[in-house]
Design a binder for this molecule. Structure first.
Ligand code: AMP
Ligand code: MG
Length: 421
């Protein structure tokens, strides 16, 4: 019986991955698939095409994880050195594989070409490796068992790597992964800072899990959105699901009303569902976000059932002429003020014949701040089912202020809809 594979490390090989121009997406795909197979990813790295350094990374990864997966660096050119570096790390020789050589030759021949000499390198296989055929490219993959551990070499292009993993790696892994499944739940939160959320969640984390199920938690923060991820491992999937559900319930109760989803739905979907449930249609007047709220609302398929439209009221003339905001109100309170936001919300609702009017006006920066209304001051108003207005202060640059404003505006609609039952 070969030893079980429970942990993995991923090495994404390629100097292009260490520029700002190319993102390592292979490791995201692999992490998802490995998790589904019950394998936990301990670490991943993007590594330059440098043979001695890559050899050290391979050694280190193999010293910690049951499985090491490399992607990339299997091309025919001199810069691709993954095969050689792995052979170095394992202290094994490379041999030429006639079968691979013939299939690469045939691939070129089918396109009426001679195989260039440099492609010979792609027929080199680490001693003892199982060759993973690559019908979609020239570089075959390799599966190598070394003691209790396994190292898998996969090509870089996702369209070659993914089917190779699906067809040739996953079935081999499945024979060696523990029956312990891994299940995940995600709680999505808006309107609270990461530290606030963590303060409330920490004591609850400690209560999750029992003798049969271990639960790991992580927190992911981006502007206007915090996610708590719960990862449960055990033997019985039902037991894991029940335990995670209890954890989700406890966290949701403690973090209410800031939790907007625990089933994967994005905020705009939750808002859309709430509007549809009430039979409400919404219109939006946007100043500092200039259409971003409507963009999010209409990301949801079918949103024409609950979105009427909106007005980008950037200039004061538009606020007056298109939304009917009294000029005197703008004069007296300024464009970023609660009376103006309320007038925008009721104006857009009435003029567009909607049930709910939503308005945003604010100072996104970098200019336009003042001591009373610093950059990041945003006023959001809702009109219709209830009249609500809120002044908020967001931190960060223009982009972050706008993103947080959109989330806060959508959340105002959600809360108004939810509190109406
Ligand atoms: P290679 O096998 O190193 O010759 O990689 C060939 C191509 O695959 C690269 O030019 C990239 O376009 C793509 N690629 C390599 N590594 C990755 C990665 N980690 N994520 C996404 N694409 C990749
Ligand atoms: Mg490369």
């Amino acid at each position: 019986m070969p030893a079980e594979i429970r942990t993995a490390e991923i090495l994404a090989v390629g100097s292009e991955l260490l520029t700002p121009h190319r993102l390592d997406t292979n490791s995201l795909y692999l992490t998802g698939r490995l998790n589904e197979l019950g394998v936990q990813v301990l670490a991943k790295a993007a590594v330059r095409d440098r043979r001695p350094m890559l050899r050290e990374w391979v050694r280190l990864a193999l010293s910690r994880a049951d499985l090491v997966v490399t992607t990339g660096g299997l091309g025919p050119t001199d810069d691709d050195v993954t095969r050689e570096a792995v052979a170095d790390a394992l202290g094994l020789p490379l041999r030429d594989d006639d079968g691979i050589l013939e299939s690469i030759r045939a691939r070129f021949r089918s396109r009426g070409l001679e195989m260039p000499a440099i492609n010979l390198r792609q027929a080199r296989v680490i001693e003892g490796a199982t060759v993973l055929a690559n019908p979609r490219g020239t570089a075959p993959g390799q599966w190598i068992e070394t003691g209790d551990r396994v190292i898998v070499l996969l090509p870089g292009p996702p369209r070659e790597l993914q089917p190779m993993f699906e067809e040739q790696v996953a079935p081999r892994l499945a024979r060696r992964t523990p029956p312990a499944p891994l299940r995940r739940r995600v709680i999505k939160i808006t309107g609270r800072s990461e530290s606030h959320v963590d303060e409330v969640a920490q004591p609850i984390y400690a209560t999750l899990g029992d003798a049969d199920v271990t639960v790991e938690t992580s927190i992911l923060a981006s502007p206007g959105l915090i996610e708590i991820h719960l990862e449960g491992r055990g033997v019985d999937p039902r037991q894991i699901d029940d335990l995670l559900a209890a954890g989700v319930e406890r966290l949701t109760a403690a973090l209410a009303p800031y939790v907007f989803s625990d089933d994967g739905r994005a905020l705009e979907m939750v808002v859309g569902d709430a509007l549809r449930a009430h039979g409400w249609r919404i219109a939006v007047a946007e100043s500092c976000t200039a259409g971003l709220v409507l963009g999010r609302l209409t990301d949801v398929p079918g949103s024409s059932a609950w979105v009427v439209g909106g007005v980008v009221a950037y200039a004061n003339e538009v606020k007056v002429q298109q939304l009917g905001v009294p000029a005197a109100l703008l004069q007296e309170h300024g464009a970023v003020s609660e009376p103006v936001a309320q007038a925008m919300a009721s104006g857009v609702r009435e003029r567009l014949g909607a049930d709910v009017g939503l308005a945003i006006t604010g100072i996104a920066g970098p200019d336009g701040g003042s001591p009373e209304k610093p950059i990041g001051t945003v006023v959001i108003a809702l009109s219709g089912p209830r009249e609500i207005v809120k002044t908020l202060r967001f931190a960060g640059d223009r982009q972050m202020v706008r993103t947080q404003s959109v989330a806060a505006a959508l959340d105002m609609v959600r809360r108004a809809a939810v509190s109406r039952g």
